[in-house]
Design a protein around this ligand. Structure first.
Ligand SMILES: C[S@@+](CC[C@H](N)C(=O)[O-])C[C@H]1O[C@@H](n2cnc3c(N)ncnc32)[C@H](O)[C@@H]1O
Length: 411
């Protein structure tokens, strides 16, 4: 759904401030961008609006040279990377969430047509096998698929956790598709990963979990064969989106990395620009939102459990400590971004105010006070957002909650 437009304030040189205002408005004025390229492929909590990412990518592309690399250190599902590639720029993405890396790689898998078609053909073949095996098993009464035992997961504990979320026939069908994909990994690990991302995209739809951010159990009547059919639709959706995204320059590098260690993925001073949206203080729990996918797909997530910045769970247990840790993490992330940027280059940061640990957190102020000496604010735009519930209204008082786009410049 398009967001309700709120009043916008901005400051900075006219051309830059106007672009930031347009970036905020794009969530409404360019809402349809969400349905283009590979954007609709996979849900992701607090995804950057693709319209906003497009406006920012185009702003950076106007100033780019053929060697400009755009970096997103909190790339999530890869929205910025998709738009940077669509605007003809090279891109590098990183995120501490292994699921984000899997999804962002799939969404930016700009390979030659032959490879893309191989992926689609294999997806059809495996879904066909899963459907046929399901029918055969129903006729003979045999169990169609063994349960997988991903490395690093206690099989019994994993089984118990998953059993609550999938009807037995759905679980068997999903396990069979995953097994068939994994059997092909030795021949073609790249395509196996893309197909696993397709399976991930349908997991919550065929589970009893309400959504990524809502872990309520809901009764869903998922017919036999539905998982295979949804899977193949997702394969087709990705195939079409990648065809629209094109192949100039090949896929970007996307790595699992803490944003505070950007030098491991981009040499100091080599980023021509950063477009990113860090976590909002105390708002999401990326590790918890994806636990069902981690369990099913066998994704190890110790790094995210320990290193996630600003998670809601950290504010739930100790507000003041979480707030101190949040400020330190923000300043370390900005220092890492500054170090990566070329002199004079810009970083666009999209971030929102939040209600964390019972307190109003003003993101624009937090960023300003976390800035390292060599990073200055070139322009900003803020859009007022509705406050939800009495607690939030009390905490924010007369200074209304807002969403911001800041343009920082390396000195
Ligand atoms: C607001 S989301 C980014 C969404 C992304 N722009 C998109 O469109 O999908 C923030 C991201 O920060 C990641 N994150 C949290 N702590 C991190 C850390 N220490 N280092 C790197 N990424 C982290 C989360 O996994 C999440 O993907």
């Amino acid at each position: 759904m398009p967001r309700a437009p709120g009043k916008i304030f901005a400051d900075g040189p006219r051309e830059l401030a106007d672009a930031l205002v347009e970036a905020l408005r794009a969530a409404v004025t360019q809402h349809d961008v969400s349905e283009t390229l590979t954007h609709p492929f996979h849900s992701y909590p607090a995804r950057l609006h693709p319209g906003t990412a497009r406006v920012l990518a185009e702003l950076f592309a106007e100033r780019a040279t053929p060697s400009t690399v755009i970096v997103d250190p909190f790339c999530g599902s890869g929205t910025t990377l998709v738009e940077a590639r669509a605007a003809g720029m090279r891109a590098v993405g990183s995120d501490l969430n292994p699921l984000a890396v899997l999804v962002a790689r799939a969404k930016t898998w700009t390979v030659p047509v032959r490879r893309r078609n191989e992926m689609r053909d294999l997806g059809h073949e495996l879904a066909g096998q899963a459907l046929a095996a399901g029918k055969a098993a129903r006729r003979s009464g045999a169990a169609p698929a063994p349960k997988r035992k991903p490395k690093g997961f206690d099989p019994n504990a994993r089984d118990r956790r998953l059993a609550a979320w999938f009807a037995p026939h759905v679980r068997r069908e999903l396990e069979l598709i995953a097994t068939l994909i994994e059997e092909r990994r030795e021949d073609d690990a790249e395509i196996a990963d893309v197909l696993i991302a397709c399976l991930s995209a349908i997991l919550y739809k065929v589970s009893s979990r309400a959504s990524d951010t809502d872990s309520t159990w809901v009764d869903k009547n998922v017919p036999r064969g539905a998982a295979s059919r949804h899977f193949i639709q997702r394969v087709e959706l990705l195939h079409a989106g990648l065809a629209d995204l094109g192949r100039a320059g090949g896929p970007p590098d996307v790595v699992e990395l803490d944003a505070r260690n950007l030098h491991e993925v981009i040499p100091d001073g080599k980023a021509g620009g950063v477009i990113t949206s860090p976590p909002y203080a105390g708002t999401y729990d990326y590790a918890d939102h994806q636990r069902l996918r981690f369990d099913f797909l066998g994704l190890r997530h110790k790094g995210l459990d320990e290193g996630e910045i600003g998670s809601r769970r950290s504010f739930d247990t100790s507000g003041p400590l979480a707030e101190r840790e949040w400020r330190t993490a923000l300043s370390d992330s900005l220092a890492s971004i500054s170090r990566a940027l070329a002199p004079g280059a810009f970083a666009a940061i999209v971030i929102g105010d939040s209600w964390a640990g019972g307190r109003a957190m003003y993101a624009l102020d937090d960023i300003r006070s976390a800035l390292p000496g060599d990073l200055g604010v070139a322009a900003w735009a803020s859009q007022l957002r509705p406050m939800l519930g009495a607690g939030e209204r009390n905490a924010f008082g007369t200074r209304t909650k807002a969403e911001h786009v800041m343009l920082l410049q390396r000195g």
